[in-house]
Ligand binder design. Sequence first.
Ligand code: ADP
Ligand code: MG
Length: 694
Amino acid sequence: MEKITDYFGSLVFNDAVMKEYLPEDVYKALKKTIEQGKTIDPGIAGDVAQGMKEWAIEKGATHFTHWFQPMTGITAEKHDSFITPTEGGRVLLEFSGKELIKGEADGSSFPTGGLRATFEARGYTAWDPTSYAFVKDGSLCIPTAFYSHGGHALDKKTPLVRSMQALNDASLRLIRLFGNTDAKTVKPTVGAEQEYFLVDKKLYDKREDLRFCGRTLFGAPAPKGQELGDHYYGVIRPRVSAFMKELDKELWMLGIPSKTKHNEAAPAQHEMAPVFTTVNISTDHNQLTMEILKKVAEKHGLVCLLHEKPFGNLNGSGKHNNWSLSTDTGVNLLNPGKTPCENLQFLLILTAVISAVDKHQDLLRLSVASAGNDHRLGGHEAPPAIVSMFLGNELTDILDSIENGTEYTAKAREKMDFGVKTMPSFRKATTDRNRTSPFAFTGNKFEFRMLGAPMSIAGVNTILNTIISEAFDEFSDRLEKAEDFDSEVHAIIREYYGLHKRIIFDGDGYSKEWEEEAERRGLLNLHDAVSALPYYTSKKNVELFGKYNVYSEIELKSRESINIERYNKCLHIEGLTALRMAKEQILPVLSKIGADLSLNLTAKEGAGFTAKYERSIAEKLCELTDGIFEDCATLSDAINKAENSDDILEKAKAYRDLVIPAINSMRSKVDTAETMVDENEWPYPNYCDLLFSV
Ligand code: ADP
Ligand code: MG
């Protein structure tokens, strides 16, 4: 039988493969760039390309492509074959250093948020040697950055890598002050847990809302949802299990360390989580994971839904971004150790994260702002739109005692007693978990839970890396001047914790009371994407990203416009789809059912029988039918009003304030009507079929 170890990473041009396929000096030079961030020597590109080509052809590749992550949030590729025709009708297979290093992407169709208009229609892709190349579907994929002729980043990867550089410098500066002299690099590590739904492809194809919007715009709840809690961690059904096995194999071949799989809370909902790795790699991996989820699902007659809220009344899908910081010597800087109260470096780093998150709540909030995620944030299954942090009792107590100048006495970790002698006993963790917190400390990392399932993790990590660099530098500025190092560390913790501890909240983040309490604390509550996105270009944020060379002002502006435009386009599509379904599917069916019922009614009453059912349903259905008809006009007007606005933010407000309510009003009528009619006559598959058939 085939073993995982035989094929794990078999499609990746990783370190072991590089060693085998590259001349020794080339391999060493490349490794320096990858591990220590040294500038790549363009002289080695020819040899690297040669080695890559040889290896890729052995793996069955016929083409190569620069693979990049434009601001659409998905990946882009344009394939060129290796062939060069020669005499006698034959071909040579070629791939040059120049082709490896640089590509010209005539990408005028990629969103640029006005960036390209200011310069010219040319875009370039440049090899990112820090991410491994791989073979996918017969093509050698070379991870690249994508930028404009004027040198502006047109992608999600470039700012991420810039932020990693900033954080590396700021972290090394700080840990040197604590006497760490051996670490050469500090890198953020991320493990992204990915939630998704699986539905039957045949049913999916019959629903225009799923096909065009990725979510159901209509649908009465099934009698059973997730209330029994019987799906979460439940036994995986055979069809899903076969899907998951193939998914894992495909991921493993691409070197993606898929680790955990399980059923999630909602029916038809599942999760996968990989082992964490350096953030630029985990970003590539997560993009590939989303692509492969969809591809493998199709092979099994399924469709993988990554939308934040595919179904009303059920949990939506998120992505948990587990973030930490690691030195090249293998030290996790967020590991509190056995006695966190004595670990000053850890406590200072923790304080830096607290102050960064409090100071830049707006940025974390906008990093997850989208039309889709608006359905999820603040719902009863997802973190609210308010950013807050959970530390757990022990750490909160330690920081409190430093702030108050009182002595902290560590509590012994209790032993678990199961009351069963034969079971192994172990010590309890010092704190429980808090599932409702948007940003929770979970042992040796922070788990940021506000991302929507389809989102790229690049944006939020670019932000995290930058805001934490800023806090580190503020601390280093002070510590470098300090006369008594330890007492200055204490002073900083006391001061910053005091200023920023309002961001810490250990209670139920889903509750109404928290919203009120957060308001009293002065925390931001940016309820929807339209309110959050304009913060991209606030003065504070332009200065911050400028200082760390992560985003220029114009790059921020472009991201702001792209995301607002995306919101508008998404709602435009939803509005048109709702109209189309109502006019071309729902209303004609309702009209026919109403007429049939009336005929039955007259027939029955004419024959001298009672017809309570027909009379009551026909009346109610006719009323709903007319209501839906009127809602079509309202929705249509709302869409026109929104589209008539030239300003993208005004347009977004019109979508939020006019179009969304019109869709909601229509939905409530359609869903009521659905529960009153013969299910065989309903024009598309219902929630019972979609959620309980796989
Ligand atoms: P849960 O669902 O209980 O939160 P999972 O096991 O599903 O936990 O996912 C935890 C994720 O956190 C995994 O992707 C794991 O690799 C990641 N993780 C663990 N340690 C670190 C770390 N030091 N840095 C980044 N991510 C980490
Ligand atoms: Mg998990």
